[in-house]
Design a protein around this ligand. Structure first.
Ligand code: ADP
Length: 269
């Protein structure tokens, strides 16, 4: 089996057809194996985050996108749960308000990139500015269509300045979304999550898929790749995200800084 990082990577410039992608795919992994492997990945992530923090030279930025109920919150809960909260900054991106509306669309995003040594997690991101904004014509096409290049330039600037970007699209199909909405309505501990606006957005499903396909085609770059995660099965989603993130962080070849003191000169009485 090819590693998931290879299977799920969107090659730069590739045309990506979401309707041909199976969101229930588990790439030959069974649930039991996935759960035990997930634990190993979480342990490893914990070590890698510690290294990132100790080195304090680079930032890791995880971008999570997905349609409503795709599992962005669940992924943060399950995959990032072992991390040291001192080294993680989670930023949800909502409808812009206040000062955000009085700046360019990337202002709030740049502001949310954490300092070196930290991990940033974006729950939604600047990609909303070519997703919801495009689907609902919140700005004219002449404006949003220029943003793909702007986003690539922005991400390239970040990667050239020690920010390691990894982007995940959590992909569920329309039936799975309906199932999750129903579950939210039936379970009184989840009912609060349901919003009638989600049902309205569901009517734009095809437009969203077309907008996502353009994002994948135009904005998966060598420096800031997109991975499409089959997310119908939560256990597989968690396995895939954790595995790919471990691989990305291993590839950074981080090192503990040298001790400040000359250890041979230190003597204890
Ligand atoms: P969740 O991310 O859990 O769905 P909300 O229900 O508060 O959180 O939804 C956030 C909403 O903000 C989404 O509908 C999203 O499309 C919207 N949003 C995020 N960024 C922008 C943006 N730049 N312009 C317009 N809407 C945005």
């Amino acid at each position: 089996m090819k590693p998931l990082s290879k299977e799920l990577l969107v090659r730069p410039g590739a045309k990506f057809n979401l309707s041909e992608f199976d969101p229930a795919d588990t790439h030959g992994v069974d649930k039991e194996t996935a759960i035990s492997q997930l634990q190993k990945n979480l342990d490893r992530l914990c070590v890698l985050q510690y290294l990132l923090y100790a080195e304090a030279q680079r930032t890791v930025l995880v971008v999570l996108q997905g349609i409503d109920a795709a599992g962005k919150d669940g992924t943060i809960r399950h995959v990032m749960s072992g991390l040291n909260p001192q080294g993680v900054r989670v930023t949800p991106f909502k409808v812009p308000e206040g000062a955000e509306t009085r700046h360019d669309y990337l202002w709030r995003v740049h502001n949310a990139v954490p300092e070196f040594g930290q991990m940033g997690i974006f729950n939604r991101s600047h990609y909303e500015d070519v997703l919801v904004v495009r689907v609902h014509n919140l700005v004219p096409k002449s404006v949003w269509s220029k943003r793909y290049d702007q986003i690539n330039d922005f991400e390239r600037m970040l990667t050239e300045n020690r920010v390691h970007i990894v982007k995940f699209l959590l992909y569920i199909d329309k039936d799975e979304q309906a199932r999750r909405f129903r579950e939210r309505l039936e379970d009184k501990t989840k009912r609060w999550k349901f919003s009638p606006a989600d049902l309205k957005e569901r009517e734009y499903w095809d437009d969203y898929m077309a907008a996502y396909e353009d994002v994948l085609h135009k904005c998966s770059t060598a420096n800031a790749p997109w991975y499409v995660i089959p997310a119908n099965k939560k256990w597989f989603r968690n396995l895939a995200v954790s595995q790919i993130l471990c691989g990305e962080m291993e590839a950074m070849k981080m090192k503990y800084p040298k001790p400040l003191a000359d250890l041979s000169a230190i003597k204890f009485e």
